[in-house]
Write a protein of this length. Structure first.
Length: 309
C-alpha cells in the first residue's frame, strides 16, 4: 500500500513547549517510533508542517539587523532541511537501518493570482498576548489573527497546483526508499511557460500540499495526524457531533475552522475525489486510527453521506 502521512505541528512541537532543538528531536523521535510499523510494511511518504519553526526563523532574522531578513521562501527551504534531517535520522533509527530514508527539498507551484495573497490565513510563529501581538503588528507590519485564546502572525497560504518533485518521489518509492518531503507544504514557487521557478512570499498548507502529492502519486491513503480524536461538526459548541466516516460531497457542505481543520478536510476531499481515502486522527493512537476505532475517514463510497460517532 502506498501511504502519505502528514505530520501536524503536535508531532514536532507541543503547545506551550519551548521550540528548542532538543524538544524538536524528542518529539520527532516519539513520532517516528509510532510510525515504524507502518514504515516497515508499506511504501511511505512523510510530510510535515513548519508553521512554528518558520515563524521562529523569521523572528531570529529580524533580530540581526546588519543584514536584510531572508524572505519566506528561503526560510521555508531552511525549515525543510532542518526538520527533514531530524525526521530522516530518527525514522532510520526507529527502523534500525532496515530501510533507507531520503529527505527531499520540495517546491510547490502556486498561482500568483491566488486570492490568498490578498487574505492571509496561515498561522506561523509563536503565540502572543493581545498587547504583544499589537506591538509586533505595528513594528513589523504583520497581519495578526486569533489562535485559541492567544494571537499569532498570519501569512498568505495559496492553494498548491502541483508538486514539482512528485516524479522523483515516485521513483524513490518504486526503488524501495521511504521519503520525507513537502516540508511546510513545500517552498511556494511560480513557474513560467519555460519551467523557470521563482519563490513566492507565502507558506503553503502542508495538508493541501500532501493531498496534491498523494493524488499525483496515486497513493491509496493520506493520513493526517493531529491532536484531535475526530473531525467534529460544530466543534466546541453544545451541538458538537464527531464524524466517523463521510463522503467528500457530504462533508464539503460543512464549515470548519479556517487555518486549522478546514485545510485538512479540503485535503481529504481532494484525495477522496481522486479515488483514494483520507484519515484524520490522533498521532498517539495511530493503531486505533488505522483500525477505525478513532478518527475520521473520508472516502468516495459512503452511501449515508456522513456517519457520526
Amino acid at each position: 500500500m502506498r501511504v502519505v502521512v502528514a505530520l501536524g505541528g503536535n508531532a514536532l512541537a507541543r503547545r506551550g513547549e519551548p521550540m528548542t532543538a532538543d524538544r524538536l528531536r524528542a518529539n520527532v523521535k516519539a513520532t517516528c517510533q509510532a510510525l515504524a510499523g507502518l514504515a516497515r510494511e508499506h511504501e511511505l511518504v512523510i510530510t510535515h508542517g513548519n508553521g512554528p519553526q518558520v515563524g521562529l526563523l523569521a523572528l531570529q532574522n529580524l533580530a540581526y539587523q546588519d543584514v536584510a531578513a531572508y524572505p519566506l521562501d528561503i526560510l521555508g527551504a531552511e525549515t525543510q532541511g532542518m526538520i527533514g534531517y531530524v525526521v530522516q535520522q530518527e525514522l532510520s533509527n526507529a527502523l534500525a537501518g532496515d530501510r533507507e530514508v531520503a529527505a527531499v527539498i520540495t517546491t510547490t507551484v502556486v498561482s500568483e493570482d491566488d486570492p490568498a495573497f490578498d487574505r492571509p490565513t496561515k498561522l506561523i510563529g509563536p503565540q502572543y498576548s493581545a498587547q504583544d501581538a499589537a506591538e509586533a503588528a505595528a513594528e513589523y507590519r504583520w497581519t495578526i489573527a486569533k489562535d485559541g485564546k492567544a494571537f499569532r502572525r498570519v501569512v498568505p497560504s495559496p492553494d498548491p497546483v502541483r508538486i514539482v518533485q512528485a516524479p522523483l518521489v515516485r521513483l524513490l518509492l518504486e526503488n524501495g526508499l521511504l521519503v520525507v518531503c513537502v516540508g511546510g507544504g513545500g517552498v511556494p514557487v511560480k513557474a513560467d511557460h519555460k519551467g523557470r521557478q521563482t519563490g513566492m512570499q507565502a507558506v503553503v498548507d502542508k495538508d493541501l500540499a500532501s493531498a496534491a502529492l498523494a493524488a499525483e502519486l496515486e497513493a491509496d491513503t493520506l493520513i493526517m495526524l493531529t491532536d484531535g480524536d475526530f473531525v467534529s461538526e460544530n466543534w466546541g459548541s453544545p451541538e458538537q457531533r464527531d464524524i466517523l466516516t463521510a463522503s467528500p460531497e457530504a462533508i464539503s457542505q460543512l464549515a470548519f475552522a479556517e487555518g486549522s481543520m478546514q485545510p485538512k478536510v479540503d485535503a481529504a476531499i481532494r484525495v477522496a475525489k481522486a479515488g483514494g481515502r483520507a484519515l484524520i486522527g490522533p498521532l498517539d493512537r495511530l493503531d486505533d486510527l488505522l483500525a477505525r476505532k478513532v478518527g475520521t475517514e473520508i472516502r468516495p463510497d459512503v452511501a449515508e453521506g456522513i456517519v457520526y460517532v
